[in-house]
Design a protein around this ligand. Sequence first.
Ligand SMILES: C[S@@+](CC[C@H](N)C(=O)[O-])C[C@H]1O[C@@H](n2cnc3c(N)ncnc32)[C@H](O)[C@@H]1O
Length: 300
Amino acid sequence: MNVIVRKSKIPDSLPDFFIWHGKVEKFLKTLEKTFPNEKIFDLVISSPPYNIGKEYETVITQEEYIEWQKHVIKRFLPFVKNTGAICWQVGSHVENNVLTPLDSLFIPVFQENNLKLRNRIIWHFGHGLHETKRLSGRYEVLLWYTKTNKYIFNLDDIRIPQKYPGKRAYKGPKKGEYSGNYRGKNPTDVLVIPNVNSNHSEKTIHPCQFPIGLVEFCIEAFTNPGATIFDPFMGVGSAGAASALFNRKFIGCELKKDYIDIAIKRINLANTNDLKYRPWKKPLYDPKQSQLSKKPSSFK
Ligand SMILES: C[S@@+](CC[C@H](N)C(=O)[O-])C[C@H]1O[C@@H](n2cnc3c(N)ncnc32)[C@H](O)[C@@H]1O
């Protein structure tokens, strides 16, 4: 399956894997002209730039930043299907050790647009900076919104093993029967998935990739096979790779050619099932297995 890349015109028939090389703002304007009034996206999933001075962004004021993001969100929403979802993954701004959680800025924007917040998912990971003036941050947030009350939630596809599958009801009409769901339990709104640090098998040159497993979770839970996934700020195409792995279509926008080239490679590898990635359900590495976990005898 070919990944089609364009800088200006959108093909009259949307390819299964399409990348816009340029600003998402221009893509959405072109989409408005090419497919006016069409509902295209089943899931919009993105980790937008955080406005913290990464190599791909120029820092602007917080007001300018949120106005810009508001503009992008307002423009893609008409293309989201009525059964569709939006997953917005954000961290925090930190200035002089003062924290602004970005979801606190985005929630009013989504509310203004009448979207329905279903979960504020905590994505917990084990690695990061060791702070000395405040607690070290070990989570970011993924806001899951739906456009209407008629939405997709494939709970059975994301169940995880129960703690006590052998537990039985001890009273009532079901006394003696297994009390849990034999298919597993609800995974809850806390996901523990390693972040893409330098040792991660998915690591590329991009400084802020999100793990494919995080997208895998959202795709499985909130869309059905054949769905179209859109990432307005796709970076190296982690959402595109996840779409290919799980039989979904993908549209992404990105400014940097280097990232697009990597995204194409990852999507192609995913399409032939040759991409190395870490599934979200894979058990975490137990650090006690490592020699490094032994406390040196010289430590008091
Ligand atoms: C946080 S990164 C996303 C990384 C992505 N989730 C991944 O796993 O690779 C945000 C990306 O948005 C891109 N970007 C910034 N402004 C953009 C714009 N106006 N239109 C499209 N992409 C943009 C940046 O180049 C950057 O790669």
